[in-house]
Design a protein around this ligand. Structure first.
Ligand code: FES
Length: 360
């Protein structure tokens, strides 16, 4: 039996005359469990009115979260994404992003603060110790765990406080909506037939890009190449009348390359018929991934796309003879109008550009 004094942290260790501890005597078999500090009941534990007040506070925070979520949805649809305004302390910024950020913050903080306040005021506040045990639980322990969960559910007082149940459920359920709306909103709007159509119509004149002047057949000498756009979508006038986005979309879909070939070199009857005295017009948008096919090789009559070297044969319906493109460049049917200028005979008969959507 040791005569050494006990301390709150175990048995004291005597020092030897050499200044070292005598380990065989000093190390205790086990340390005393210091135990938990005594539980101090909170006001809500002992005062039903305080508990009711806490319940209302938690519910208010969840309601605030719901309002934040609904505000996010309203802002997402009602505010013009281009709207800008002066915000004190920040300066000029997007009102759309400001509104989305603030409402999402209210939505998240409402749930966070509500859950913390709920835990601190109404859920059981007693500290408990769980003894270590083997990883694998036996049946008895499982039953005990189920009992603890059940007690937790009851301790959260959901069975007695439906207001909390519904507001917390509502806040958590609606919280996912902004994420879903962003995902779904990012998918739309559906393109309809916009990808399949260009601005070429029956009677639309072919205009030199970028000058915006019409072209007579006699201007197109053999071996020359013209980059053309539909009337109204190129030139100074178009730049004043259309905004930059419209011009960019037109450029991306309507660009055409115009070449005069010797009619005897043209091997496709359809190509000959759709052209005018050997002048043929093809979409300039590569059918691989949409780069401008702008390199014309006079001797071979090949059109080359500089991006991945797809090569198209201009004497044979612009069929692909090399490279990753999978289909010919669409041909634009052309003729000459009453004043002697080249005009389109309608839109392309198949979609221009990359092929991943074109047959849909
Ligand atoms: S975009 Fe023309 S070959 Fe790839």
């Amino acid at each position: 039996m040791s005569n050494l004094p006990d301390t709150p942290h175990g048995t004291a260790v005597p020092a030897t005359t050499e200044g070292h501890s005598d380990r065989s005597l000093a190390v205790p078999d086990r340390f005393e469990n210091p135990g938990m500090p005594p539980h101090a009941p909170r006001r809500a534990d002992v005062d039903p009115r305080a508990a009711k007040r806490a319940e209302r506070q938690v519910a208010s925070l969840f309601l605030l979260s719901i309002l934040g979520t609904l505000g996010f949805l309203v802002a997402y649809f009602a505010i013009d994404p281009e709207a800008r305004g002066h915000v004190p302390g920040i300066g000029l910024m997007s009102l759309y992003h400001l509104a989305l950020g603030l409402t999402l913050a209210i939505s998240l903080l409402g749930i966070g603060f509500g859950a913390v306040h709920w835990a601190k005021t109404l859920m059981p506040g007693e500290e408990i110790a769980e003894e270590r045990h083997p990883q694998r639980s036996d049946e008895e322990t499982r039953d005990a765990a189920a009992q603890i969960l059940s007690d937790g559910y009851r301790g959260a007082q959901l069975h007695r406080r439906p207001l909390l149940l519904f507001t917390a459920g509502g806040a958590l359920a609606l919280f996912a909506l902004p994420l879903a709306v962003q995902v779904v909103g990012g998918l739309g709007p559906l393109p309809g037939d916009r990808l399949a159509r260009t601005h070429w119509r029956q009677g639309t004149r072919l205009m030199v890009d970028p000058a915006g002047t019409p072209i007579r057949p006699e201007h197109v000498t053999q071996g020359s190449v013209f980059h053309v756009m539909p009337e109204g979508f190129v030139g100074e006038e178009a730049e004043h009348e259309l905004d930059a986005d419209e011009l960019l979309v037109a450029k991306g879909k309507d660009s055409v390359i115009l070449v005069r070939l010797n009619p005897e070199d043209i091997r496709s009857q359809k190509e000959l018929d759709w052209g005018y005295e050997g002048i043929v017009a093809y979409s300039k948008v590569c059918t691989h991934v949409g780069c401008p096919v702008a390199l014309y090789e006079q001797q071979t009559h090949h059109l080359l796309c500089p991006c991945h070297q797809s090569t198209f044969d201009m004497t044979d319906d612009c069929k692909v003879i090399f490279g990753p493109a999978k289909r010919p460049l669409p041909q634009l049917r052309i003729s000459v109008d009453e004043e002697g200028y080249l005009q389109a005979e309608g839109d392309f008969e198949e979609p221009v550009g990359p092929s991943y959507w074109e047959r849909g």
